[in-house]
Design a protein around this ligand. Structure first.
Ligand code: NAD
Ligand code: UDP
Ligand code: UDP
Length: 315
């Protein structure tokens, strides 16, 4: 099959492309390199089944494909808040263009949506029928509301034009290749612990998140794409931790001497988040298999290697 992956130079997209290439598919990656890098895909350069197109999906593009994994969108608060209007354009105009493309070429279209559609949730754990508690005018809205519109577009193209869609609501995912300075909690804590500087816990650290290792997530996306269930479906690891627990875990694993420093809690920061994955289990026969400690070990190893490489380059 020929498979288009938007945002394929990013963290999740590049792991997905590795799997698709290993399965023998032809892969076309479209990315503007805002938060993605060619380095993530370098091993496929020169492979005749791989094509990389530098393109911003807010502009139309004509590509032929059987399946489209639509992942293009900055995912960390630091990056999506850097240019919020651009984030909305990517979610709205970008998703519209990719749905228009899916309609034209009759491709199956999978949207990488997010647990952020639930906002600061009043229902815990979050089930797919919960409609969310999102602030429409806050600093996270460009991303949260952008993804909500992207879901609406997907379902309207499905109902109106018969586009074959799949919608995944992805919960916090971590693993190798996360950007060192993208501001997400796992990358921040790991880099801080490795550099021997204090781990920055925002607020009192009592807010919770549930962390899914990237290989589990990619497996879930592929099962969704290749099954009959349209979604929306939660994909995430139900293991829930407070941010302080996560800080202490990484501190123990990397550097027990690292200090913890408390910083102000960002505006609209969700207090708790945990996926109900009953639907994923039932319809996709999927559940995560990598425990947090094991995933963190692999992530820490990747970050320490990259930091060492950078240090040796500077010398
Ligand atoms: P990422 O920032 O590493 O990857 C996003 C990719 O999209 C990057 O390569 C970036 O350059 C590209 N991109 C951004 N805007 C673009 C545009 N206008 N045109 C073309 N390319 C563009 O993020 P990620 O963590 O790999 O996330 C991938 C997808 O999964 C995103 O849609 C994100 O919203 C979703 N998601 C991720 C998480 C998570 O925890 N990582 C959680 C929920 C949802
Ligand atoms: N589009 C695209 N590539 C394609 C087909 C469509 O980028 O191969 C864009 C197209 O330019 C439009 C959007 O997708 O902006 C929606 O397309 P659709 O055909 O649904 O709407 P229309 O073009 O009729 O407004
Ligand atoms: N967080 C933190 N210290 C950091 C980065 C993040 O305490 O250095 C907190 C943040 O306030 C949030 C949680 O960790 O409560 C997860 O943040 P992240 O940006 O990774 O993801 P999201 O908030 O989008 O779930």
């Amino acid at each position: 099959m020929r498979i288009l992956v938007t945002g394929g130079a990013g963290f999740i997209g590049s792991h997905l492309i590795d799997r698709l290439m290993e399965q023998g598919h032809e892969v076309v990656c479209v990315d503007n390199f805002f938060t993605g890098t060619k380095r993530n895909l370098i091993k496929w350069f020169g492979n005749p089944y791989f094509e990389l197109i530098r393109h911003d999906i807010t502009e139309p593009i004509r590509v032929e494909a059987d399946q489209i994994y639509h992942l293009a969108c900055p995912a960390s608060p630091v990056h999506y808040q850097y240019n919020p209007v651009k984030t909305i354009k990517t979610n709205v105009m970008g998703t519209l263009n990719m749905l228009g493309l899916a309609k034209r070429v009759k491709a199956r279209f999978l949207l990488a949506s997010t647990s952020e559609v639930y906002g600061d949730p009043n229902v815990h754990p979050q089930t797919e029928d919960y409609r969310g508690n999102v602030n429409p005018i806050g600093i996270r809205s460009c991303y949260d509301e952008g993804k909500r519109v992207a879901e609406t577009l997907a379902f309207d193209y499905h109902r109106q034009n018969g586009v074959d869609i799949r919608v995944a609501r992805i919960f916090n995912t971590y693993g190798p290749r996360m950007l060192e300075h993208d501001g997400r909690v796992v990358s921040n804590f790991v880099v801080q612990a490795l550099q021997g500087i204090p781990l920055t816990v925002y607020g009192d650290g009592s807010q919770t998140r549930s962390f899914c290792y990237v290989s589990d997530l990619v497996e879930g996306l592929m099962r969704l794409m290749n099954g009959d269930f349209i979604g929306p479906v939660n994909l995430g690891n139900p293991g829930e931790y407070t941010i302080l627990e996560l800080a202490e875990k990484i501190q123990q694993m990397v550097n027990p001497d690292a200090e913890i420093q408390y910083k102000p809690l960002p505006q609209d920061d969700p207090k708790q988040r945990q996926p109900d994955i009953t639907k994923a289990k039932t319809y996709l026969n999927w559940e995560p298999t990598v425990p947090l400690e094991e995933g963190l070990k692999l992530t820490i190893a990747d970050f320490s290697q990259r930091i060492l490489e950078e240090q040796s380059k500077q010398q």
